[in-house]
Design a protein around this ligand. Structure first.
Ligand SMILES: NC(=O)c1ccc[n+]([C@@H]2O[C@H](COP(=O)([O-])OP(=O)(O)OC[C@H]3O[C@@H](n4cnc5c(N)ncnc54)[C@H](OP(=O)(O)O)[C@@H]3O)[C@@H](O)[C@H]2O)c1
Length: 289
């Protein structure tokens, strides 16, 4: 049995981790903003009160990619500095750190799936803040797992408030006859429940092959294709959505147009499902609520 702290336990991924670990024999300490503020310089040292800890899983982040361009301070304070302080704390207390990163560490110029050791070249502040955390964590502590995830959907929704890309598309399907979605940005939409299961698999198998792991669905699509799948699975006409190009959309922050990541390394410990299987399970859970 391991003692595990979950930081950001009420977020989209954090809440699925709490659910998956509730069915385990591990002792879980779920912490939210009510218990600590990542912007507090003493936040990390306060974790000593929880005694001998085996794992800290850091789901805390600023995830608003365009917002990070305007709020560089919070992006680096929470996504980078807090993660580095955690890494130092974990090294000093012999704790394994599980940290979440992103496909946005890449520039998207490849045309075949990114491997863990491909060169990072972030295009925006969010990606840079997450990549800086990766470098800092691997510098300061050996016992770490950095899981690169992408395009998350989970029952709790972003920041635990119910919303994500899937719920937005379903709202548009109810409200509109037609709308546009990007067809030339390729990603691996991933259910947070599958990431939670992968993390628990690493813990249960007491894996010591530390380092970076890609942790995304094992199939990929454009956002437009993903929307068509969502509409079809929920009984809407998939032709309500029209394709638009990335260039026409005009995001504030640049994004990688190709964010597909290979999951062969993780498959030794956990086999990620295709996004189609993951979406079906998510919809079943969401509408059973
Ligand atoms: N969402 C995606 O599509 C995506 C894609 C790639 C990578 N990722 C990475 O995956 C991880 C999990 O993402 P997610 O979608 O589960 O994020 P999320 O739902 O936005 O959860 C983030 C958590 O961080 C907490 N938090 C933010 N600022 C805090 C602060 N100052 N002090 C304490 N807690 C704070 C939030 O609490 P409050 O709700 O109280 O603010 C929330 O619980 C993150 O590392 C993210 O960068 C996400």
């Amino acid at each position: 049995m391991a003692k595990i702290i979950i930081l950001g336990a009420d977020g989209q991924l954090g809440s699925d981790l709490v659910k998956v670990l509730a069915d385990s024999s591990h002792q879980v300490v779920p912490l939210t903003r009510d218990n600590f503020d990542a912007l507090d310089s003493l936040a990390v040292s306060k974790f000593e009160q929880y005694g001998d800890i085996d794992y800290i899983i850091n789901c805390v982040a600023v995830t608003n990619v365009d917002g990070c361009e305007d709020n560089v301070h919070d992006a680096f304070s929470i996504n980078t500095s807090f993660a580095l302080k955690l890494a130092m704390f974990c090294a000093a207390h012999d704790i394994t750190l599980v940290h979440l990163s992103t496909d946005y560490v890449f520039d998207g110029n490849k045309t075949t799936p990114y491997q863990e050791n491909d060169l990072a070249a972030p295009l925006n502040i969010y990606g840079l803040s997450k990549y800086a955390a990766e470098v800092g964590i691997s510098t300061y502590t050996t016992k770490h797992f950095i899981l690169r995830v992408s395009s998350l959907f989970g029952v709790a929704g972003a920041a635990g408030e119910g919303g994500n890309f899937v719920t937005t598309m379903l709202r548009l399907a109810r409200e509109k006859d037609s709308w546009t979605v990007i067809d030339d940005q390729i990603t691996c939409p991933t259910h947070t429940l599958d990431i939670a299961r992968a993390i628990v698999a690493l813990i249960n198998q007491q894996v010591t092959e530390y380092g970076i792991y890609n942790c995304v669905s094992s199939s990929s699509c454009s956002w437009y294709q993903f929307t068509q799948d969502i509409l079809t699975m929920c009984g809407f006409d998939k032709n309500k959505v029209q394709p638009i190009s990335y260039r026409e959309y005009k995001f504030k922050a640049l994004r990688p147009q190709y964010g597909v990541m290979a999951v062969d390394k993780l498959a030794k410990y956990y086999q990620m499902p295709t996004y189609q299987v993951a979406l079906k399970e998510y919809l079943d859970l969401k509408f059973a609520e």
